[in-house]
Structures are given as C-alpha cells and as structure tokens.
Design a protein around this ligand. Sequence first.
Ligand SMILES: NC(=O)c1ccc[n+]([C@@H]2O[C@H](COP(=O)([O-])OP(=O)(O)OC[C@H]3O[C@@H](n4cnc5c(N)ncnc54)[C@H](OP(=O)(O)O)[C@@H]3O)[C@@H](O)[C@H]2O)c1
Ligand SMILES: [Zn+2]
Ligand SMILES: [Zn+2]
Length: 352
Amino acid sequence: MNKTKAYGATSAKSPLSPTTITRRDPTENDVQIEILFCGMCHSDLHQVRNEWSDVMPTVYPCVPGHEIVGRVTKVGSAVTKFQAGDLAAVGCLVDSDRTCPECQAGLEQFCPNPTLTYNFPDKHLGGVTYGGYSESVVVDERFVLRVPSNLDLAGAAPLLCAGITTYSPMRHWCISKGKKVGVVGLGGLGHMAVKFADALGAHVVVFTTSPNKKDDALRLGADEVVVSRNANEMQKHAGSFDFILDAVSADHDINAYINLLRRDGNITLVGAPEKPLQVAAFALLFGRRSLSGSPIGGLPETQEMLDFCGAHNITADVEVIPIQKTNEAYERLLRQDVKYRFSIDMASLKSE
Ligand SMILES: NC(=O)c1ccc[n+]([C@@H]2O[C@H](COP(=O)([O-])OP(=O)(O)OC[C@H]3O[C@@H](n4cnc5c(N)ncnc54)[C@H](OP(=O)(O)O)[C@@H]3O)[C@@H](O)[C@H]2O)c1
Ligand SMILES: [Zn+2]
Ligand SMILES: [Zn+2]
C-alpha cells in the first residue's frame, strides 16, 4: 500500500485542503500512474458540496477529480497495453462488473454496478474511491486509456470527462454536415461540444448567458452566438434545430430551448443541476420533439474520442492552476469565470 498526497474536503461546507490517502499496490492487471494533470469538472464541485445528495450522497473525506492524464510508473505482470514510461489517462470510471450486457457491449457507463473514479465503494481497499486531485492512481488496465502523443497534456486531461460527455451524444444522434446543432452553456463541457460539432461538420450555434464569451465562441468553432437572455435573438431560431446539447450546471428554462427544435428534433441534457427542471408538455408535443440525457461514455468510445482528438488536434482550452488554487477556482466556476477548463498541474502537490 502506498501513501499518496491528495487534496480533499472533509465536509460539504469545508474547503479542499491537503490530505493523505492510500493507494493499493498494483495487482497483476493494474497500471500505476503518476498524475501530471487533472481537469476540474463542475461535477467535482457538485460532489464535494453534496449537491447530488438524493442520487449520489457524498462520503467524506472526498477527493474529487476524474480528468486524469499521467505517466505509467509500474504495471502488473498481466498488463499488456501499457509499460512504465507510457502516457496514460483515466476518466470517470475505474471499474464495472464487466459481465452485464452493457459492459459486454463496451457501454460501461450504463453498467448497473460501476465503480466511479471517486466517491464510489472501493472493491480493493474498502471505503470509497479517491479521484485525481492526487499524486498517483492505480487502475485496472481495462479502464486506462491511451493518449495520442501530439496532444498537449494539460489540455488533454479535460477530454476524459468534458470531452467524452459531449462527444458521445453527438455520435449517438449522428451529428454531421448539414445538421444544425445548438450548444447551451459555454463552460468546460460546452466549449468541447462546440469543437466536436464543428469538427463533425455541423452548423453550430452557441447559447450563452455571458455576452463577453461571444468572440471566444466564434473562435472555438461556432457559426453563430445567441445571448440567451435576449428573447428576440432566441425567437429567430424557433423550430430550426436538429439537435441541442444542454450543458448548463444550474437551474434554467429548458422550454426556451425545446421550442427551438424542429420536428423530431432532440435536446440532450448533459448538465446535472442540483434541482429538477420544469418541462412544459406542449413544448415537446408540438413537433414530436424529444428530451434525453447522456452520461459520460464507455471505454471503447472514450478511446475513439481521444484518437479523434489526436487526428484533429483537439484539446480543451485550459487555464493551468496549481492545486492550491482549487477553492478559488470553484468560486470562479460558480461565477461562470472559466475559460474554459481549469487543469491542475499536479507537480504543485509535491510541495505540500
Ligand atoms: N452528463 C454527464 O455525464 C456529465 C459529465 C460532466 C459534467 N456534467 C455536468 O454538466 C454540467 C456542466 O459542467 P461543466 O464542467 O461544463 O461546468 P462549467 O464549466 O461550470 O459550465 C457551466 C456553464 O453553464 C452556464 N451556466 C451556469 N450557470 C447558469 C445559469 N444559472 N443559467 C444559465 N446558464 C448557466 C454557463 O455558461 P454561459 O456563461 O455560456 O451561460 C457556464 O459556463 C454540470 O452540472 C456537471 O455536473 C455532466
Ligand atoms: Zn466530469
Ligand atoms: Zn456491467
């Protein structure tokens, strides 16, 4: 067993602070990874503050982080895909039952018995799993991904959650040239959605509450930007979208977006606000529109997404921060002041 430096919270009300956790010695199928960068997902904040208490109550201490890239330091005797020195990545899943139909189809995100990267029962050590705000992690190789060598590592880390969570529904809904795609909320997920929709050839419209993000949205690949508080601008797009991805982290009026869908159009929720959203029945009935959700992605599709990013040179736009700035960064997330993902340089943890 290895003692590992980490950053975690001891209650919903306490800030994150330095702590020490235990990692297992690698078993025969395990890969031990020194973490170089960990992206900061809004889910980390929701979980640390126990905002999902009805669905996934937080167990403290909570060490978040599920956008992990690093270097392999050791592998178990049966590991075939990795060796010491390789780059490697870990996302939101570190295990599953591997036997259910979903796992057999490579759709581990739908497994009824998953092990998420943090705050889930740890099969090896008991207690709960601890995430990537730490020096190292030990993960079964089936749940470890390869990072294309051309990608900047700080910008690659957010692909492991923000990337796959936006890529997967776009593949499912067959986004391609000729489709009109809306992206609601230009944060970590939203800005990746813009990059993917653009790379897939769609006509991309960003909906933002932040007028100061307009130029960035265009630079990231949007064809049009709508400030969603402006009803006239919204109305111009009524009934015109094939697909809208809603990546908003807080309560908002989803009906305003459902009304922008064309017949049989779909809006997929990836944002996970604390409170239920109100859906107007008529917004869906007229036009036979549909509302769906989508969680992260399975291992094969996550690798496909990373390879797609390698081929198209896509990474997240990141602000690299030391781990000591985590609490400040959480406050900035809540003020919508992130361009467009914080990526924690884990070298900063060594001085703790
Ligand atoms: N489905 C999944 O598997 C999955 C995976 C990862 C994350 N998530 C969830 O997805 C959500 C977004 O995560 P993220 O990391 O991208 O967060 P983020 O970087 O904080 O971005 C959220 C964006 O939502 C918009 N927004 C925030 N508050 C708003 C409000 N009150 N009204 C309208 N718009 C608002 C802002 O965009 P503008 O400034 O452009 O308006 C903000 O930048 C979170 O709830 C997170 O937990 C889900
Ligand atoms: Zn996430
Ligand atoms: Zn399963």
